[in-house]
Design a protein around this ligand. Structure first.
Ligand code: ARG
Length: 470
């Protein structure tokens, strides 16, 4: 009989069906939890020793066995060993290996512990670490976007900003890049809050659901792992995956801005527009059409984001029908959450690499910046500044759009003279080119070069703090 058949002890007379054991195993996906689970075991050794349940000698022996398993995990031999048995999860596998290394001391490792409090603790540690990784990841992306915004600001590059996908008003490219950076900063804040939540209450010592009769030193364990305190309700602690799911949410929602930028890049990369050139390192060709230069990575970022959003949602949903306490369903939802986190990381990594490989064609952008009469609002604003009410100003500027369109020309000095007579000046002072249009913006947070420079200063300050906090 192998370990798996023995693990339930005396209550069972025969081994489980290997097919069902395989069906119920998350061992392969759990491998990335191994180093966190070892920490959980080291903490439990401290709890056992601190409470006088095991001697210092036994604790030292267990520590040495755990060191050895750690080395085997690092060199890959642990996984090979574990695959020869049949384990439901990493927790059982590590415990079995410790017992194999030292049967005497190993028999004490699981005293007062259930896999329920063990998996909950290990997942909290994983969630905290991955939240910190996420924070570093989105902060790095935001820093890169801000650096590109600085360059674009120095050049004063403009383009037609859109709403509804239609030309709306000229904006600075730097303003667009700053807009792209902002949601990643918000993402970093969410990661920071998840990292804190994950390390708030330590489940270890909760046993299966009711706590333990053994005098476990939970404070020593919490101190060792870096939790703020032991959890205060064992039933809640073993049944909760909130921090893990919040971590999956933070990762998945951090892909959303990447996806939205990717959507815009896919559009911009078309030769019909020609705003960006996708570098050779990140573009794909076509097996049939020799001229093609496709933005595949950005398309995959878009689609991948939908997948990770789904996985993160599935994790929460799978736990919603459950009563309090541990249910095996939580193994399934753990897998969805981990899948979301790990895939989201590769999405953000690919996004950052492909974005760095983009070249903006600022000449092409500027050439199209006033197409579609994007300065009409500035014209109306100029009329309002001369005392016209907004409705009249809108109508008069709209009439000039209709006329210029009919005549097949852009706005010109004739429009300014005509509108000037409406307000009693020789010619209206209003921008006729995109750069003048962005310069004319007077509000904080606008696309004016001064406002964008101020905003970038503020953003950089926050990023500096966030980068230091990682
Ligand atoms: N394999 C389980 C999971 O990942 C951990 C063990 C939970 N306890 C149990 N009684 N099956 O959620």
């Amino acid at each position: 009989m192998n370990e798996a058949s023995l693990q339930w002890g005396g209550r069972f007379r025969s081994a489980p069906d290997p097919a069902l054991l395989a069906f119920g195993s998350s061992f392969e996906e759990d491998l990335l939890l191994a180093r966190f689970d070892l920490e959980t075991s080291r903490a439990h050794v401290r709890a056992l020793m601190g409470g006088g349940v095991i001697s210092q000698d036994t604790a030292a022996t267990l520590e040495r066995a755990l060191d050895r398993v750690a080395a085997e995990i690092d060199d890959g031999s642990f996984a090979i060993w574990a695959r020869k048995g049949a384990f439901e999860d990493i927790h059982g596998a590590i415990d079995a290996r410790v017992r194999e290394l030292d049967a005497e001391a190993g028999g004490w490792l699981h005293a007062g512990r259930s896999r329920n409090d063990q998996v909950a603790t290990t997942l909290s540690l994983y969630a905290a670490a991955r939240a910190r990784d996420g924070m570093a990841r989105v902060t790095t992306i935001a820093i890169a976007l801000v650096a590109r915004a600085r360059n674009a600001l120095a050049e004063g590059s403009v383009l037609a900003g859109t709403t509804h996908g239609q030309p709306a008003q000229p904006i600075l490219l730097a303003f667009w890049l700053q807009a792209a950076a902002e949601p990643f900063v918000r993402g970093a804040r969410r990661f920071a809050s998840v990292a804190k939540e994950a390390m708030e209450a330590m489940p270890l010592g909760s046993g299966a659901l009711a706590g333990s009769c053994l005098p476990l030193d939970r404070h020593a364990a919490a101190r060792y792992l870096g939790f703020a305190r032991p959890s205060r309700n064992a039933l809640d602690a073993v049944g909760t995956r909130d921090a893990l799911f919040a971590c999956a949410d933070a990762w998945a929602t951090s892909c959303v801005p990447a996806s939205r930028i990717a959507a815009e890049i896919v559009h911009w990369a078309s030769p019909l527009l020609g705003y960006v050139r996708i570098g050779d390192a990140s573009a794909s060709g076509s097996s049939l059409m020799p001229q093609k230069r496709n933005p595949d990575i950005f398309e995959l970022v878009r689609a991948g984001t939908q997948r990770v959003l789904g996985d993160a949602r599935t994790a929460w949903s799978a736990s919603a029908p459950l009563g309090l306490s541990y249910h095996r369903d939580l193994q399934e939802s753990k897998q969805s959450a981990i899948a979301a986190i790990e895939r989201a990381e590769s999405i953000l990594e690919a996004f950052a690499r492909a974005f760095a490989d983009l070249e903006f064609d600022v000449v092409e952008m500027e050439r199209r910046a006033t197409l579609g009469y994007t300065l009409a609002t500035d014209l109306a604003d100029a009329l309002i500044l001369h005392g016209l009410d907004a409705r009249r100003a809108h109508r008069l500027a709209g009439e000039r759009v209709a006329l210029a369109e009919e005549q097949g020309r852009p706005f010109d000095a004739s429009d300014l003279r005509a509108l000037g007579t409406q307000v009693g000046v020789e010619a209206l002072e209003a921008p006729l080119d995109a750069r003048a249009g962005v310069r004319a913006k007077a509000t904080d947070g606008s696309t004016s070069p001064e406002a964008v420079a101020d905003a970038l200063d503020e953003l950089e300050k926050e990023l500096f703090v966030l980068a230091g906090a990682v």
